[in-house]
Design a protein around this ligand. Sequence first.
Ligand SMILES: *Cc1c(COP(=O)(O)O)cnc(C)c1O
Length: 387
Amino acid sequence: MTARTHRPADLATIAVHAGSEARESDSPVVHPLFQSVNFLQEIGTADGLRYPRFGNSPNAELVQRRLAALEGSEAAVLLSSGMGATACALLALLRPGDHVIASAWIYGGAAALLTKEFTSLGIEVSLVDPLETRIWRKEMRKETRAIFLESPVNPTCRVLDLQPVSYITKECGIALVVDSTFASPINLRPLEHGADVVIHSATKYLNGHHDVLGGVVCGTSPYIEEVRQKMMLWGQAPDPFGAWLLERGLKTLDVRIKRHNENAMAVAEWCAEQQEEIGRVHYPGLTSHPDHEIAKAMMDGFGGMMAIELAGGARAAERFLRKLKIIRHAPSLGGVDSLVSEPRFTSHAHLSASDRADAGIPDGFLRLSIGIESAQDLIRDLEQALH
Ligand SMILES: *Cc1c(COP(=O)(O)O)cnc(C)c1O
C-alpha cells in the first residue's frame, strides 16, 4: 500500500507529538488546558491578538499543527463541527455566480448545505452520480471552481478513486475538496492522491471517544487563512476544552484505527462467510467489494465502517437491533464503542423506500461502526442476535 517515506516520523509518533513545542523541565507532560477567552495583550500594538473565535487559542493551535502533520498539509484549521468545516471550506472557494460539482453520495447535512444554503447565496450546485464515467468532465463549466466528494462513502462504504478526478481538477485549475472522515489520515491521506483540500468531522475517528464535536480543514497556508477568516466571521470556532479533548483523542489515533481496521475485517469476514440471514456485506476489505482494488491501492487500511443487509428486510432489522447487547443502536460513528444505525431512519429518512433501494440502501440495511472491543465478543453479539 501507499509508501510514507517522505515523512519525518511515522504517523503513530506524529499523532502523539507533532505540533508540541520544546518545554522547560518541570512543565507538565500533558499540554495544559487554557480555558480562557481572554489573553493579556501587549500595549501599543495590534499584533498577537488572541481570542478563541480567531482560531488561535493555544489548545486549538497545537491541534491544528498536529492535524496538518497527520494529513501532510501546510496548514490546518480546527472548527466547531464537521458541518462548520464543510461550510467554511467551501465558502472560502466559492463566490456568487460560481459553480461547484458535488458527488450525490455525501453526508446529508453537506448535501442540504449545498442545495439549500449555497444556492440561495447565488452559487450553482450540480449533484452527480460519482460512478458515472466522465461525469466530472461532462458537468464542468467555465464558472466551476471546485469538485467536492466524500471517500469512503456513507453508508455503502464505496471508495471513490481520487486520482482520475484530480487529473481533471488540475487540468481546469480548480480545487478538489475531499471529505475523508470515514478513513482518518491513518488509512487515507487524500493530498497524496491529488486532492487540494481535506475535510474531517473530528467528531468521528479523530477524537474517537463520542464526546467532542469538531471539524477540520487541511490545505495550503494561504487557503487555510481564507477558511479561518470565514470561521471567524461566521462564528464557527471551537471552544478550548473541545480542542484539548481532541488533542488527547489524537494521541491514540494510530492504535485505535489499527484496531478498528482489524475488528471490522474480522466481523465482515464472519458476516460474509457464514450467515444466511445476511444477504449482503459491504466492506472494502472484502475481495467481493466492488472497490476492493481501489481501496487496496489508495488506502493503508480498510477502516472500521461496514454495512450488512438482512435478508428479512425491515422487520428482521428491528428484531436484530433489539437483541444486540454490546453493539448499540445510535447514530454517528468512528468511536471506540461499536454502534449500529439504520439509514432509513437517519441519513436517508427523507427518501422513499424505493428511492433508497435504488441508492443501494434497501430496507434491512444496517450500518455498523465497529469499535475497539474484542472482535470475538462483537461476533458473538451478532451471532446471538441473528439466530
Ligand atoms: C458526521 C459527518 C459530517 C458532519 O460532521 P459534524 O461533526 O456532525 O458536524 C460530515 N461528513 C461526514 C462524512 C460525516 O460522517
